[in-house]
Ligand binder design. Structure first.
Ligand code: 7TS
Length: 420
């Protein structure tokens, strides 16, 4: 039977990943917090870094540190090679056609702001409409609001249902020839919902609109291929995929990036400068003014290689199983309300427990050595949609185990007794 063969396939893929062995690659996980072994369940906020990434940063500063794209000397050539090789690693990872379509930024936030400030300023006019969803992170809301305010354009919001799912029919109704761009997340950080981005992009294009995908919560859990998705822009942050902070990616289709004006002026983004006229540099450098974050770009490349070695299929299957286990176990606790019950979810379990404030829950869990996030997760409209001030959120990576979930459940039971 088809269902059986799928189950067998998933089981095989789950066993293909050995979380205990992988944990040993992450030195930070091997520590006690408040006298208890650390359980790190705040991966949606930031992930931990494998030894390979930490070593790459140290190696760079100990052996290769130099500025890029400008030195004839050996160190500068090494730094430039490693920086550009990391770009190619990202290009292949995203399935982009060319490395020139990969722009280094500070992270998802800066990537989206680059699109609103450059493409948006050049293309959005009064009366135009921009569509986002009701489950966006603030960084995929506020830059669009700022653009709309500046241009006299209108921001429209696709609603979500009580499970936290994108309402496709409502989306269809909101689209029109006034729609200039649709910007949605691939995976919601507050709910864990995986959005049907391929269908969202296809429909946007039918209306002549562009599509930007915020992949901050997706790339560490799902295989992404920007050419197959046919998205116009895709943004993510290195620190959410086991790489360093301070570096991220904006993918854009070449023709769009070519036509966009640069955002920042300065070194590296020019071909020639006179007081009369400056000629801008080719892609991707046109968008990378000034000395870039060389070490962390190299670290991102190493993080992606690490993820490739573990394998995103194995990661996805393992995390699906873990999320299902966590949902059943946490869901069985008296007074738990899970926020975000979409059919397709990745790695996030948001919940409230009775009348206990999520911050109090977070504090009790911290005393047990368990790190979760409590708050609005920079997605205040999601909190409003579900009529809660905040949630507690456990978010998983492949180095988390069923034992971590059991520790979480025991600590939640303890919190329930304390606040009863
Ligand atoms: N988009 C989504 C979907 C996110 O989850 C985040 C960060 C961002 C954008 C912004 O990423 P940044 O790297 O530029 O800051 N989300 C979270 C979170 O859930 N907890 O802390 C940060």
């Amino acid at each position: 039977m088809a269902a059986n063969s799928t189950t067998v396939e998933v089981a095989e893929r789950v066993t293909a990943l050995d979380p205990e062995a992988l944990r040993r690659d992450f030195p930070i996980l091997d520590q006690q917090v408040h006298g208890k072994p650390l359980v790190y369940l705040d991966n949606a906020a930031t992930t931990q870094k494998p030894r390979a990434v930490i070593d790459a940063l140290v190696h760079y500063y100990e052996h290769d540190n130099a500025n890029v794209h400008r030195g004839v000397h050996e160190l500068s050539q090494r730094a430039t090679n490693d920086y550009e090789n990391a770009r190619t690693t990202v290009q292949k990872f995203l399935g982009a056609a060319e490395p020139e379509e990969i722009i280094y930024t500070r992270g998802t936030t800066e990537s989206i702001n680059l699109v609103t400030a450059s493409w948006g300023r050049a293309n959005v006019r009064a009366g135009d409409e921009i569509l986002i969803s009701a489950m966006e992170h603030h960084s995929n809301i506020v830059p669009w609001q700022m653009l709309c305010e500046e241009k006299g354009a209108t921001l429209k919001v696709v609603p979500i249902n009580d499970d936290g799912e994108f309402l496709f029919d409502e989306y269809r109704k909101l689209l029109s020839n006034r729609t200039k761009i649709v910007a949605v997340n691939h995976v919601s950080n507050a709910l864990g919902t995986i959005n049907p981005v391929a269908d969202i992009i296809k429909l946007a294009h039918e209306y002549g609109a562009l599509a930007l995908i915020d992949g901050a919560q997706a790339v560490a859990h799902l295989k992404v291929n920007v050419q197959k998705l046919d998205c116009d822009f895709y943004a993510f942050s290195s620190h959410k995929i086991f790489g360093p902070t301070g570096i991220g990616i904006l993918y854009g289709k070449r023709a769009l990036l070519e036509a966009m004006p640069p955002c920042e002026g300065g070194g590296d983004m020019i071909k020639s400068v006179t007081f009369e006229k400056t000629i801008y540099n080719d892609l991707p450098y046109k968008f990378e003014a000034g000395t870039p974050n060389i070490a962390d770009a190299i670290g991102l490349g190493v993080a992606i290689q690490y993820v490739n070695d573990v394998g995103l299929d194995a990661i996805g299957a393992y995390e699906d199983d873990l999320l299902q286990y966590a949902t059943e176990r946490v869901g069985a606790i008296d007074g738990i309300r899970i926020i975000g019950t979409a059919k397709h979810k990745a790695s996030v379990l948001s919940f409230t427990l009775g009348q206990i404030h999520p911050h109090d829950l977070g504090t009790v869990l911290d005393r047990e050595g368990i790190a979760i996030r409590a708050g609005h997760h920079c997605a205040q409209p999601v909190m409003e949609r579900f009529k809660v001030a905040a949630t507690a959120r456990a978010s998983f990576a492949f180095y988390n185990t069923r034992d971590d979930v059991d520790r979480l459940v025991a600590a939640l039971e303890k919190a329930r007794e304390i606040f009863a």
